[in-house]
Design a protein around this ligand. Structure first.
Ligand code: HEM
Length: 192
């Protein structure tokens, strides 16, 4: 494992545990209405973060396959929202990534969420009868490409960290976890 990944894992473990605990995801996806509300929160997050990530990374070939806003739109439409309802969803006020190193820290959190997301997608399939083609595109994320996408991300992450920006990446990842938890869970419990 690269040093940066080891550091990220160790130094954001408490933040991951906190979001996993506070999200109470099984409750949030227990029925279609609650699940749609959760997707609405994710929509606000991605609507704010993705343009900033794209601008800071300046690498469409790398970032575009990692965009998930359109997946959220597809799911929300499937679950009955029209474009006006989607556009009116609330968006969080976040400290946005200002350059590549901060973008890599934030993207570590979003890309890492596709790993646990595979478990959640299976559960949603069983619980709500939804699939990647109908209502569960966001959680399905990279699907069978999940392993390959994570491996490619880790390589780019290690390359970025080799420019001496590891501290910035870790700080940005921690801040992103905490901001996500506050936005998705709405409760100010500290992660560390
Ligand atoms: C929005 C909430 C979440 C975010 C942002 C998030 C983020 C992450 C990140 C960044 C990693 C990568 C860790 C690493 O290898 O360096 C990860 C891994 C993982 N997460 Fe989460 N996570 C979230 C929620 C959850 C939940 C609710 C579960 C429970 C099902 C979960 C289960 C996992 C598992 C099992 C892995 C490890 C997968 C593997 O190593 O193959 N996560 N998550």
């Amino acid at each position: 494992m690269s040093d940066i990944l080891e550091r990220l894992r160790t130094e954001t473990r408490a933040a991951h545990d906190a979001i996993e605990r506070d999200l109470a995801w099984e409750t949030r996806v227990a029925n279609r209405d609650d699940y749609r509300a959760l997707l609405g929160r994710f929509w606000g997050l991605h609507a704010v973060l993705e343009p900033a990530l794209a601008a800071s990374l300046g690498d469409a070939a790398f970032f575009d396959p990692r965009r998930r806003l359109a997946h959220l739109v597809a799911d929300l439409r499937f679950l009955g929202f029209d474009d006006a309802a989607i556009g009116a969803l609330p968006r969080p006020q976040l400290a946005l990534p200002r350059h590549r190193a901060e973008a890599f820290g934030a993207l570590y959190v979003l890309e890492g969420s596709t790993l646990g997301g595979q478990v959640i997608a299976k559960h949603i399939g069983r619980q709500l009868g939804l699939t990647a083609e109908g209502g569960c595109r966001y959680y399905a994320a990279h699907g069978r490409e999940t392993g390959a996408m994570w491996k490619a991300f880790r390589l780019s992450l290690a390359e970025e960290a080799s420019h001496g920006k590891a501290d910035v990446i870790v700080a940005s990842a921690t801040a992103t976890f905490d901001a996500m938890r506050l936005w998705l869970c709405g409760e100010p419990s500290r992660s560390s």
